[in-house]
Ligand binder design. Structure first.
Ligand SMILES: Nc1ncnc2c1ncn2[C@@H]1O[C@H](COP(=O)(O)OP(=O)(O)OP(=O)(O)O)[C@@H](O)[C@H]1O
Ligand SMILES: [Mg+2]
Length: 319
């Protein structure tokens, strides 16, 4: 039974003179204790998909389809109705989460305030104990409790944001480019800590990134997103070693490999399509090097492969 089951999800941003379809008929199951990376180039709809889960989208967004969290459909619920889920069941950490902290209050006091918001019966002492425990969990020294945000490095601040995400023991942790701005060494260190942590705390992690190497090192599964569509889903080892969808292939070929200096890097020619236009056929066809007539006429359906792998491409055989 998946902890999160997304079915035929569409998100359209309505602006004055156009409608941008940022998420297009997305279906995805996320199992308990999964770690799934959602990867795709900038503008492919990753953040919109993440924000739709907790309805953190602006009013201009129209959402239809289903997002079931443990049997309960969250689509159509107001942010107020979803309040009880936020932090305690599903927590989100954004790249800019650290900017949400007040510069004039100490880290410890700010985290304690958030803790007391949901744990109304806890004493101030209990809150402090919990915060210090959390700081240890994300590998920060106890003294951080008494520091101001400006006294921390970017990596330390990002750890504080992750600690904040964990404050109410969520079942699902969504990290949206949460480690992207960090140097590679700190990023890897935080990812290693997260992996160890979620095994211990039984957390399901959704990791949104445009960096394939983050997915390779920190996730078990991957969903590849292109122009609002999920084009391929599978185990990281399967998808990265033998990508099926031409877009996944292109994305992997766009990354340098530290272990293979001779690897040629190829970008994907062209750019994302205009999401305010209707597209007949496969959304990737205009940029695809193996497209044929059918790709411009019919939408490809998902083909199934071993290990619950799926890819939506007319040119694939499927099992
Ligand atoms: N509030 C909004 N109003 C109108 N269009 C929007 C809004 N938010 C996002 N979009 C559009 O939706 C599409 C998907 O954006 P989204 O931020 O989800 O992409 P992303 O995959 O997270 O990109 P990135 O890797 O740059 O963070 C883009 O075309 C974007 O311009
Ligand atoms: Mg984004």
């Amino acid at each position: 039974m998946p902890v999160l089951s997304i079915r035929n999800l569409n998100v359209t941003f309505k602006t004055e003179n156009k409608a941008v379809k940022a998420v297009n008929n997305v279906s995805l199951d996320i199992e308990e204790n999964d770690t799934i990376g959602i990867v795709g180039e900038s503008g492919s709809g990753k953040s919109t998909l993440a924000m739709a889960i907790l309805n953190l989208l602006p009013n201009s967004a129209k959402v239809d389809g289903e997002i079931c969290y443990k049997h309960e459909n969250l689509v159509g619920k107001s942010p107020e109705q979803l309040k009880y889920l936020r932090w305690t069941e599903v927590a989100v950490v954004f790249q800019k989460s650290m900017n949400a902290l007040s510069p004039v209050h100490k880290i410890g006091n700010q985290l304690a305030d958030v803790y007391l918001l949901h744990e109304k019966n806890a004493t101030v002492e209990e809150a402090k104990t919990r915060i210090i425990e959390l700081l240890k969990v994300v590998n920060l020294p106890e003294r951080v409790y008494n520091l101001y945000p400006h006294e921390l490095s970017g990596g330390m601040m990002q750890r504080v944001s992750i600690a904040l995400g964990l404050i109410h023991n969520p079942e699902v942790l969504i990290l949206d480019e949460a480690t992207t701005a960090l140097d590679v060494v700190t990023e890897r260190q935080i990812l290693e800590e997260l992996k160890e942590l979620e095994e211990r705390l039984k957390i399901t992690r959704i990791m949104i990134t445009h960096d394939m190497s983050v997915v390779a090192t920190a996730c078990k599964k991957v969903a590849v997103m292109y122009a609002g569509h999920i084009v391929e889903v599978g185990l990281v080892e399967d998808v990265l070693s033998a990508p099926k969808h031409p877009y996944t292939k292109g994305l992997i070929n766009s990354f340098a490999s530290a272990s293979n200096k001779n690897k040629d890097i190829h970008g994907i020619p062209g750019s994302l399509p205009d999401l305010s236009q209707e597209h007949k056929g496969c959304i990737f066809a205009p940029r695809c090097s193996i497209s044929s007539d059918i790709c411009f006429k019919e939408k490809p359906s998902n083909k199934m492969f071993d290990n619950n792998r799926t890819a939506a491409c007319h040119m694939l055989g499927g099992d």
